[in-house]
Write a protein that binds this ligand. Structure first.
Ligand SMILES: [Fe+2]
Length: 261
């Protein structure tokens, strides 16, 4: 079996038109620059996994433009919602990319879930989503599983972000751990590179395709790191090689006095 090549792009925060910005960064331009960097790295044929906050406020026009950009760039993509998205609106407007809760990729299965809750920024796994995870683990007959979700189940030692940790992460962990096949979890939401462990399960977060949050800051603050993404190579023996790339030639810089988003 072959190595599965994935690229995680997260927290695009696309707005109602192409000129929309977040923290001073034009989010569509930065997303397109990330796609260009992925091509330059020789990973242009990777399947994309888009881990939420694809729009800044679940605008249909943002999803329509994302759908068009993915088509123009001839991408295969799997997505899941973040707290700035609405899954039903995404499903309606990402017309060429129907939601896939499970995807079989050779020896690997990809399981996506929705950790968002309406009108709250923090993460929660609803009973419906827990059943969805149970069903997904049964449906996937692959040797190994990668789980993708928006929110982090672990603390990042950043007080304001840590209040948004998935509040019932223990229940989800029990399910994933009991399967014995979940080799890693990837998340978005935290707008920063992170590698750690959730119990026995390796966990990885990716930088946003637009602005990054300052690491280990107790209050909201932006960092001056450029847009980025994470790549993952999933090997047929169950091991993963992964890394993060930041764009070196993207010139708009974030407004570090931005007080919120
Ligand atoms: Fe975000």
């Amino acid at each position: 079996m072959e190595i599965v090549h994935l690229t995680q792009i997260t927290d695009l925060h696309l707005g109602v038109d192409a000129s929309a910005t977040l923290g001073g960064i034009p989010t569509q331009a930065s997303f397109e620059a990330v796609l260009g960097a992925v091509d330059q790295q020789g990973r242009g044929k990777d399947r994309l996994i888009l881990t939420g906050d694809l729009a800044s406020d679940c605008q249909p026009a943002a999803y329509q433009r994302l759908n068009r950009l993915l088509k123009v760039h001839n991408k295969q993509a799997v997505w899941l919602p973040g707290n700035h998205d609405k899954a039903e609106v995404m499903a309606e407007y990402l017309v060429d990319y129907p939601y896939q809760s499970v995807t079989e990729l050779g020896a690997w299965g990809l399981l996506t879930l929705d950790s968002s809750q309406s009108s709250k920024p923090g993460g929660h796994i609803s009973d419906k989503q827990l059943r969805h995870v149970e069903q997904g683990l049964e449906t996937l007959l692959t040797d190994f599983i990668l789980v993708a979700m928006h929110h982090s189940p672990v603390l990042l030692h950043s007080a304001w972000l840590d209040t948004q940790q998935i509040d019932n992460h223990h229940r989800l962990y029990e399910l994933l751990h009991a399967s014995g096949r979940v080799k890693a979890v990837i998340t978005g939401h935290v707008h920063q590179q992170f590698e750690g462990h959730w119990g026995d399960i390796p966990i990885y977060s990716a930088p946003s395709s637009c602005v990054q949050f300052k690491q280990q800051s107790d209050e909201f603050a932006l960092s001056d790191e450029p847009p980025g993404y994470r790549w993952l190579d999933l090997y047929p023996d169950g091991h993963i090689v992964t890394g993060v790339e930041f764009l070196s030639d993207f010139h708009p810089r974030p407004n570090l006095s931005c007080a919120g988003y």
